[in-house]
Design a binder for this molecule. Sequence first.
Ligand SMILES: O=C(O)CCC(=O)C(=O)O
Ligand SMILES: [Fe+2]
Length: 343
Amino acid sequence: MVDVADSAYFHATEHRPKHAITKAKNIPLIDLSAESDLLAEIRDASREWGFFQVVNHGVSQELRRNIESAAREFFAQSKEEKGKVKRDEGNPLGYYDSEHTKNVRDWKEVFDLAVQSPMVMPVSHDPDDKELMELHNRWPGYPPNFREACQEYALEVKNLAFKLLQLISLSLGLPENHLDGFFKDHGSFIRINHYPPCPTPDAALGVGPHKDSGGLTILAQDEVGGLEVKRKGDGAWIRVEPIPDAYIVNLGAILQVWSNDIYQSVEHRAVVNSERERFSIGFFFNPAHYVNVEPQRELIDDQKNPAKYRPYNWGKFVATRRRSNFKKLDVPNIQISDFKIAA
Ligand SMILES: O=C(O)CCC(=O)C(=O)O
Ligand SMILES: [Fe+2]
């Protein structure tokens, strides 16, 4: 992927990454072991930023170290070795090095794995086609502990995801377990991102600006840093400072719909640099494919605050995205704004 002249990686001048504000007030840091004011902190952070970091989260440091070092060893292999577990059109899990965000190539390589394998998904984006498929993880032979490190990590982060979901539910004034049922057969996945040093960090991005489309994202970034969040209000890009052993939490588009816009998912991107490689590991906490996503009845009012979105099926949403990713269709990817009800 290190082809300097390849303009497929170049963003339009106005989207190039140089003007991040690093000295600004950072996204909130929340101590999950604190008893008092926890819900208020989560509510304020979710409303103001859509992003926060958590400490005392219950995920063991050792499991995080294990997956981080297994990832380092995996990506250090030759392209040919990594290509043995490459994703294809039939199964998007595994290794991939040519992802695009909004038609510009990302300066990264990734490894995706389903938290529950097999992951069940619709075969097609067509709403009338009820056929389902099972997606199985692809495990590399090297390093030998890769699979175990990923699976052990996934179990603990999944527990954190449910804990955060319950806190978010309470922070919206809903019962603690109100949203749990949507995640009974959850279609969560883990994406390990590797961003190699980039000779043109002013023109390329590790991941272009996007919003996460699922429920919640729980991200571990290493000490290099590069994640930036678009601040609500003025749209300035704010650097998320790496905090050792903390997790970055952001609300995905589904929470925006469930909460009928009380909470909003926020744009973010990853910048790269010319000196140091960077790793991040995202846990994308997604509902089951059969879940129909719609504003929660408890949070709407037909007269004063009607639903802002029409219901949509999560599995079909994912299948529609997958189709446009592979076909490189010249249309914008499906977004929740496609389901927005005009006010
Ligand atoms: O690497 C990062 O800091 C962000 C990655 C990201 O936003 C994503 O994978 O959705
Ligand atoms: Fe993201």
